[in-house]
Design a protein around this ligand. Structure first.
Ligand code: 5GP
Ligand code: ZN
Length: 135
């Protein structure tokens, strides 16, 4: 399998590593939205959020919080975005699950230019019901 993040885990590709333990590794994104943009990944390959072993989730997000504290404390950003792109249509380009931690500053100019939809009263009930039925 030709996965760049697996190569980073195996030290077959370089990375600026921020944190590592038996199961998780975090490293700087080489094309950052802001300097300090960090990726947190499980060491074993799984493609996306839905493929993560359920019992690994608390650990990965626990480490993501630890790294987010370090990013914020060290870079003095005033906030950060915690992002998971899941699937090609959602913007995922590397198909090894990863959490982005993107430091944000009052002076940066990123805006998500979203065209928010509106529900009518029946639609919100119908969609709520649909999803609830699959929980
Ligand atoms: P996605 O679009 O899948 O959510 O995010 C993938 C991220 O991985 C991108 O932000 C991209 O810049 C980063 N990336 C892609 N290839 C490499 C690489 O070889 N090394 C590092 N450190 N980051 C990478
Ligand atoms: Zn991989």
């Amino acid at each position: 399998m030709d996965c760049i993040f697996c190569k980073i885990v195996e030290r077959q590709a370089p990375a600026e590593i921020i944190y590592e333990d038996d199961a998780v590794i975090a490293f700087l994104d080489t094309r950052p939205m802001n300097f300090g943009h960090t990726l947190v990944i499980p060491k074993c390959h799984c493609e996306n959020f839905l493929e993560l072993p359920n019992n690994s989730i608390p650990n990965i997000f626990g480490i993501a919080q630890k790294v987010a504290f370090a990013v914020q404390d060290s870079l003095q950003c005033s906030g950060f975005n915690l992002v998971v792109n899941n699937g090609k249509d959602a913007g995922q380009s590397v198909f090894h699950f990863h959490v982005h931690i993107i430091p944000r500053f009052s002076t940066d100019s990123f805006r998500f230019d979203l065209n928010f939809k509106r529900y009518n009263p029946e639609e919100i009930i119908e969609i709520g019901k649909k999803i609830r039925n699959h929980i």
